[in-house]
Design a protein around this ligand. Structure first.
Ligand SMILES: Nc1ncnc2c1ncn2[C@@H]1O[C@H](COP(=O)(O)OP(=O)(O)OP(=O)(O)O)[C@@H](O)[C@H]1O
Length: 375
């Protein structure tokens, strides 16, 4: 069942159409991330769901109830939508102590005192802030303030949670910790969570479903696995993955039932058949699917090593192959590559073939796009 459903939702600011007609169905209990570059409409979409922004047209339903309809100007205000929020700026009341910040909504809903006290204690325990009830937000660190915002969500027990870049003000260590925390929260509450970020690592690590947006238009909606391994177009392929995916211009030949790729003088026979005629193509391969050799090898391009960057468990190698910048990712610590001239082997099973005009991923003849590894 879909917990959140947008049908033909649009939003214009004056003459600027920020969200062209948008259809989006979010299943109950899933952690769904809206991901995309700055200005792609993620926040606007979330604010529309929250009721903080009125759409120009369309229909929005939450848990089966229509909360906005452009047809009859029906609009349910945010406080009546039964949603929980966490935004980037924790949105705590600066003049209220932690206990009141956590329980304000429960008090306004006139819940019994005993229940409020129990929910407060439980929520503060979950975020490890027991004993902090009497502090004002200004007496807490950024991470602790964010945990108060999380405690408020726990106490409210909303079935739909909306989060807009909630971790962007935190330092790297805290961000990783809070990622785990928010994922656990969403799971423990059994909540449907809609999370906005432009950080692909957050999206890949936290989500059941990622929705990649560009200019208000959904480019792909799928599991992190699908988004990473089967990007539906070049925009998604380039947006996801750090270091970025490598792109090459190439030529596809359909020869005796086999698909053969050519990049300059290098020929690569693919282990699957691409469902498109012979001709120019755009090829993509992830940095971790390249292997370096010190002499000629099958499926390889000659290249030169420019820069070696160990990151700890992995090393990023920047190379140049026939004038093109290429990045390889090696799963170990390397300080110096022994030779400057190398051969860069492309793993044929992991080459993606895109239409050079439309940028769309070409399907394989088995009906689906390539399957790699086990999901
Ligand atoms: N109040 C407003 N008035 C005019 N234009 C707006 C307003 N709010 C958003 N926009 C425009 O709508 C588009 C989508 O903005 P939105 O904030 O949803 O993007 P975003 O993907 O969340 O970006 P970011 O990651 O930078 O927050 C942008 O082109 C933005 O300039």
């Amino acid at each position: 069942m879909n917990e959140v459903s947008l049908k033909g939702i649009t939003k214009s600011y004056g003459a600027h159409l920020a969200i062209p007609p948008l259809d989006l169905d979010i299943p109950k209990g899933k952690f769904v991330t809206l991901l995309g570059p700055s200005g792609c409409g993620k926040t606007t979409t979330l604010r529309i769901i929250a009721g903080l922004e009125q759409p120009s047209d369309g229909e929005l339903t939450l848990a089966g109830k229509t909360v906005f309809s452009g047809r009859d100007s029906h609009f349910v205000p945010p406080e009546k939508r039964g949603l929980g929020f966490i935004f980037q700026s924790y949105a705590l009341w600066p003049n209220m102590k932690v206990d009141r910040n956590v329980t304000l909504a429960l008090q306004q809903a006139r819940k019994p005192k005993q229940e409020i006290a129990e929910r407060l204690a439980e929520a503060l325990k979950k975020v490890q802030l027991e004993g902090y009830q009497e502090r004002f937000p200004s007496e807490l660190s950024g991470g602790q303030q964010q945990r108060v915002a999380v405690a408020r969500l726990i106490a409210a027990r909303n079935s739909i949670l909306l989060m807009d870049e909630p971790l962007s003000n935190l330092d790297a260590v805290l961000r990783t910790e809070m990622r785990t925390e928010l994922k656990r929260l969403s799971r423990d509450l059994g909540a449907t969570t809609i999370y906005v970020t432009h950080d692909q690592v957050e999206a890949l690590t936290m989500s059941d479903i990622i929705v990649v947006m560009k200019d208000g238009v959904i480019q792909q909606m799928g599991s992190p696995y699908e988004i990473y391994h089967q990007p539906s177009n070049l925009f998604v392929a380039e947006f996801i993955g750090d270091p970025r995916i490598n792109l090459f211009d190439g030529h596809l030949d359909q020869r005796d039932g086999r698909s053969v790729l050519r990049i300059d003088e290098t020929e690569i026979v693919l282990p699957y058949t691409v469902a498109r005629p012979s001709g120019a193509v755009r090829l993509a391969i992830r940095p971790e699917r390249l292997t370096l050799h010190d002499g000629p090898a099958p499926n390889s391009l000659p290249a030169e090593v420019d820069v070696v960057q160990p990151t700890g468990s992995q090393t990023i190698l920047s190379l140049t192959s026939r004038g093109h910048a290429v990045t390889a990712l090696i799963p170990r610590f390397v300080e110096r590559w022994p030779t400057r001239k190398v051969w860069l082997e492309l793993d044929p099973a992991h080459i993606m073939v895109f239409d050079p005009q439309s940028g769309r991923l070409s399907e394989t003849t088995n009906g689906a796009v390539r399957q790699v590894d086990a999901a």
